[in-house]
Design a protein. Structure first.
Length: 182
């Protein structure tokens, strides 16, 4: 019953750490990845300090911008962040938030959810750019990237519950910008 015990310990610690927010996600990820208290504590307390590998002055964001709904300055792709210029601290913070979201959902889950949110946003808002800003991963990053202390106080998975694709906090502002650009 070693696995069962580990799942239970994972759940207890994760629920304590996330203030009971994450029962389902905790159960699923726990069932797959839990390996005792140490691993769980490690994931909760140490992984939040992990940083991606930063690659600056690359052509890749330029090429990707041809197929993206926005002009990409920097992009987080798994464990690397690639930027077309030198990154500001705010951009580094933004992309590191995405890197932590990757860790939340084990990379593949992040991409599936990112794409899903964009498609839902496209149906709701009928505008690719507004849909991009409505992706929950982007909402967390845009709302918090100017706070350079954010990553040390960030709650894992909170972005999935705190933001809605339908009503991003800055919706009025992006719609107004679209009007200004029209
Ligand atoms: Zn972003």
């Amino acid at each position: 019953m070693r696995m069962g015990n580990n799942v239970t310990s994972y759940l207890i610690i994760l629920c304590w750490y996330e203030r009971k927010r994450l029962l389902i996600i905790g159960y699923v990820t726990g069932a797959i990845f839990a390996d005792g208290y140490f691993t769980v504590l490690y994931r909760c307390l140490v992984m939040k300090n992990w940083k991606p590998i930063m690659i600056e002055n690359s052509r890749i964001p330029v090429w990707l911008s041809y197929i993206a709904p926005i002009k990409i300055g920097a992009i987080a792709l798994g464990i690397v962040v690639i930027s077309r210029d030198t990154m500001t601290e705010q951009t580094r913070n933004h992309e590191t938030i995405h890197f932590q979201q990757y860790l939340d959902l084990f990379f593949v889950g992040f991409w599936l959810l990112y794409l899903w949110d964009w498609l839902v946003g496209l149906v709701i808002h009928r505008n690719g750019r507004v849909a991009y800003y409505s992706i929950r991963a982007e909402q967390e990053a845009y709302m918090n990237d100017s706070n350079l202390e954010y990553l040390s106080e960030r709650k894992r998975y909170a972005w999935l519950f705190d933001y809605k694709v339908k009503t991003p906090p800055y919706l009025d502002q992006i719609l107004k910008e679209d009007d200004d650009n029209a």
